[in-house]
Design a protein around this ligand. Structure first.
Ligand code: NG6
Ligand code: CA
Length: 505
């Protein structure tokens, strides 16, 4: 069944006087289905619509060309866990000192009392589901993977969850549906440890002959499917995922989720695993890009987006579904495995014109592809407004007419996301490796971090810190080549003041 869109008047007439009084929100209210598609480590320059040249992504391009493309769209952070925390809770991740890249055994990072996007939408009548990468911790610590795992996504607002616990390169390498490991044989229990190996279990160090993918840095512990991982795992053989099928598995789950929710509005968080390491395209996509596995899994991810769109179209849901597409942090080539990402790159620039990449305080760390698409409701266009994933909570709340007030740091920019306003958020504190910086208007200010490493030599990415203040005008200098802190002392002062106020220092 196609859902009617409840479009309510923008203005409400209050009392019997003739002057229309503007309500606090001027967002047109509607309750469409909402799908948030989150790529993992996809860069600003990986997509042709952002000027990329190396990889063909026709389906994501279609979203961009038929919707709004944001040139200053941000994740909150330059790594996964904090960005996902910011996205779901609308809270700056630097407020939570545990919001760092988590091991697979970490307890749930989100407080079950915290407001989240799915919680807010659920109280507005939505069904809520997550399919894909979680990486926000599970349980209370010391998780027994052979029992029901809680709290997790189902305890912070999701009615349905089908997830991998952390990342594709971290154990446990199993899928978890609504808190239970999928396909687990009770006679072959799973054990996971991030400190010590289990006696006699092969690792990348003890048994390099078992590897089909070589590690470059880290990633030398348990071997699963010939791929060395972070962390040690024993047992659970029948439940282990097949890396090359992961994209298909998540896509099927996403389609099934849509199938089951045609009569009620739904929110689906579709968290793709690509192009994070290890890059394991389905055999159908091997060689598809000419750029090696990193390019191939981006082509694969694009295909998944296309299949999802096809499904929505077939089910008559496309005109009643708001789609938001983004990435959790900037790009990286060598993130710990030898997989030709560097060697086969050619002239492709994953971060496009931006400086830095994943892990970086520079714009390449957090400025990411950011697209909104809603057939028949969003007029195609491009916006330079600053928008952040953290703002989805307040923005969606405004759209669905929620009265929720626990919106943390999230700001309502719904009209901007729908292409009806050019105004973004005024100031945004961004985070990389627990260091923070400020984007405000066209300006970016990175405070001094004395003595901090300037390069991450393992991944070969500039980290961005300097002993001095850095100030860039991103409109004139998108590549952050000219530090103008000394030329614009007044601007620097204003930026410092805003930053200190927001950081509470
Ligand atoms: C790092 C891993 C990297 C990746 C990252 C998390 C090493 C040496 N590096 O610690 O490979 O897994 O964590 O990426 O282990 S993220 O996108 O989930 O933040
Ligand atoms: Ca990531």
């Amino acid at each position: 069944m196609k859902l009617p869109i409840a479009v309510m008047a923008v203005f409400a007439f209050v009392g019997c006087g003739s002057t229309p009084k503007k309500q606090s929100e001027s967002v047109v209210q509607a309750k469409p289905n909402i799908i948030f598609i989150y790529a993992d480590d996809l860069g600003y320059g990986d997509l042709a619509v952002y000027g990329g040249t190396g990889i063909k992504t026709p389906n994501i391009d279609k979203l961009a060309n038929g919707g709004m493309l944001f040139t200053s769209g941000y994740a909150t952070s330059a790594t996964c866990t904090p960005s996902r925390y910011g996205l779901l809770t609308g809270t700056y991740p630097w407020r939570n000192s545990d919001a760092k890249i988590l091991p697979g055994t970490a307890p749930l990072l989100i407080d079950t009392a915290q407001m989240t996007i799915p919680k807010m939408l659920r109280s507005e009548g939505y069904d809520t589901g997550i399919v894909g990468k979680w990486h926000l911790g599970l349980g209370t610590g010391d998780t027994d993977w052979n029992k029901h795992i809680s709290p997790g996504p189902n305890e912070v607002g999701f009615d349905y969850s089908f997830i991998m616990a952390a990342t594709q390169d971290r154990v446990p390498t199993v899928f978890i549906r609504n808190g239970d490991v999928v396909g687990l044989d009770p006679k072959d229990p799973i054990e996971v440890d991030y400190k010590n190996n289990f006696p006699g279990e092969p690792t990348a160090i003890s048994n390099p002959e078992m590897l089909k993918m070589k590690w470059h840095h880290g990633h030398n512990q348990s071997i699963v499917n010939g791929i060395p991982r972070i962390g040690y795992m024993k047992g659970g053989t029948a439940a282990k995922w097949h890396d090359e099928d992961m994209a298909d598995t998540f896509l099927d789950e996403a389609k099934n989720y849509i199938n089951g929710h045609k009569n009620k509005p739904f929110f689906m968080y579709y968290a793709l695993q690509q192009p994070h390491v290890p890059r394991t395209p389905s055999p159908r996509f091997v060689g598809a890009s000419g750029l090696g596995p990193r390019g191939d899994v981006i082509v694969e991810a694009d295909w998944c987006v296309g299949e999802l769109m096809k499904k929505l179209e077939e089910d008559g849901l496309l005109e009643n579904t708001l789609i938001v597409f983004s990435s959790d942090n900037g790009p990286v080539l060598n993130d710990g495995y030898y997989d030709d990402a560097v060697e086969k790159l050619g002239t492709h620039k994953p971060a496009g014109p931006l400086r830095g990449g994943k892990y970086s305080l520079l714009d390449g760390g957090t400025r990411v592809p950011f697209l909104t698409y809603w057939k028949g409701h969003i007029k195609p266009g491009t916006s330079d407004a600053v928008v952040c994933q953290m703002d989805l909570l307040a923005s969606l709340a405004a759209m669905v007419g929620s009265k929720e007030t626990k919106l943390a740091d999230s700001q309502n920019v719904m009209n901007t996301l729908l292409g009806k306003s050019a105004v973004g958020r005024k100031a945004l504190v961004l985070e990389a490796n627990s260091k923070t910086l400020l984007r405000k208007g066209d300006w970016i200010m990175i405070p001094p971090y004395k003595g901090a490493a300037k390069m991450n030599t393992e991944v070969n990415i500039e980290m961005g810190p300097s002993d001095d203040y850095q100030l860039y005008n991103t409109k004139k200098d998108i590549g952050q080549q000219n530090n103008v802190a000394k030329q614009f002392p007044d601007k620097l002062k204003e930026m410092k003041e805003t930053f200190e106020k927001l950081r509470g220092t």
